[in-house]
Design a protein. Structure first.
Length: 423
């Protein structure tokens, strides 16, 4: 019987291949999550083995928490539409990569202990247009962010307030601190009292005519202090409401002590630069420097409300020492407001002694009296004038050299006398 031959099948045509569908295996997500989005690693055998064998995971929980905080905390995260950028407070800035979150990927127990720390221990800084980033976070991220810093170009724009309100509603549960950083050129003291900038309204710039028509003049007394005693209108109502705050319900004696501690105790170096007063400050102890450019944050207390401004506006002049250059004295004094000169109590004149002359009565550049233009009529409340002669390192070096030469010469003279007596 002849063997049966199998008929070869014809190769599949292009039409046949195109018409068929390849069945794809459905990928099953085996990772379990909690309702807030965190991964669930509780009932896994490997997790239990790591907890027993790893020296790191066998440390006490308190030590492990300190390690996690040092690795994952202390940074400022700048959120933008582009990829994140992170700046460490002490080191140079660097870009965020997967390395910065690699600790969470070591094992399941480390993840469960550290998953919330990047949100709890870092500060998130962003512009309002990047706030949509928070709506895309998992719920555990939204609930555990504690500090945010918002950059606002125009803090008085209604659009900015709406964006800020919408953004905070996503992260209001665990939020503890909100910092508002303004970059507007209109951030003057008058506006913080209650007057918004008139050059910008509803997202568009106004012309000079419209700006002058809509802006409200700021009232001042003759001495230059703002007049914040409104007897009618919405600002008077706000002032009455603020008076019910716990701080403002304290006795006046206690409030005055608080204002003095907050605004006083500094030495302000007044220098005349480009027709403006440049004031930098330092603590009298020299251990806590104040911000550059006049110390705007030191006077922020005066911008809190009208009552605080009225009670504490004179303390920066009464409770601080103003270090004035003798060369620029006339220019600086003319630039001070009348109220500043009237209530200024402590003035210091400083000069640097660079050269040293042992045989001279006036070594280098020194001052022993105030400038000729100084008059008590300019400062009716003045109580103390300090003459400060600062000696630089060069002064001490030359002084030490002169003293060594003088001591060596006297020693040689003594040796000669001893030899003569012995002979």
């Amino acid at each position: 019987m002849a063997p049966h031959r199998t008929v070869p099948e014809a190769p599949p045509t292009a039409h046949a291949v195109a018409g068929t569908r390849v069945a794809k295996a459905k990928r099953k997500d085996t990772v379990r999550r909690f309702e807030n989005g965190l991964l669930n690693f509780e009932h896994i055998r490997i997790t239990q083995e790591n907890a027993k064998q790893s020296p790191l995971l066998r440390l006490p929980a308190e030590l492990r928490n300190q390690i996690w905080e040092l690795v994952l905390g202390g940074n400022i995260c700048y959120v933008d539409r582009k990829p994140w950028s992170m700046h460490n407070r002490k080191r140079q800035s660097f870009r965020v990569t997967n390395v910065h979150s690699a600790l969470l990927r070591i094992c399941r127990q480390v993840y469960s202990e550290t998953a919330l720390l990047p949100f709890q221990l870092n500060e998130f800084c962003f512009y309002l247009d990047a706030s949509i980033w928070f709506s895309g976070l998992h719920k555990y991220g939204q609930d555990n962010i504690r500090i945010i810093r918002v950059k606002i170009d125009d803090p008085y724009s209604p659009h900015s307030n709406e964006q800020l309100r919408e953004m905070i509603q996503y992260i209001s549960q665990g939020l503890k601190e909100v910092l508002i950083e303004t970059s507007s050129n209109h951030g003057t003291q008058e506006e913080c009292i209650g007057e918004g900038p008139s050059a910008f309204r509803q997202g568009h710039w106004l012309s000079d005519r419209e700006s002058k028509a809509r802006s409200k003049p700021v009232r001042r007394f003759r001495n230059g202090i703002l007049d914040v005693e409104r007897k009618c209108g919405k600002y008077a109502k706000i002032t009455k409401q603020n008076a019910q705050v716990s701080l403002l319900r304290l006795p006046p004696e206690l409030r005055n002590q608080i204002w003095q501690l907050a605004l006083g105790g500094h030495v302000f170096n007044a220098r005349y630069v480009n027709k403006t007063i440049e004031v930098t400050g330092r603590k009298e102890s020299g251990t806590s420097p104040l911000p550059q450019g006049g110390g705007a944050y030191n006077l922020a207390l005066l911008r809190t409300c009208r009552q605080i401004y009225a009670e504490a506006v004179l303390y920066p002049y009464q409770c601080n020492i103003f270090d004035v250059s003798t060369i620029q004295f006339t220019r600086i004094i003319r630039s001070f407001p009348n109220v500043g000169r009237k209530y200024m109590r402590n003035i210091q004149f400083s000069a640097y002694r660079i050269r040293f002359r042992l045989d001279s009565a006036s070594p280098g550049h020194k001052i022993d009296r105030p400038p000729a233009a100084f008059s008590s009529a300019l400062f009716p409340s003045l109580r103390r004038v300090v003459i400060n002669n600062i000696m630089g390192p060069q002064f001490f070096d030359k002084a030490a050299q002169k003293l060594r030469e003088k001591y060596t010469k006297k020693r040689k003279d003594l040796e000669v006398i001893i030899k003569r007596v012995g002979a």
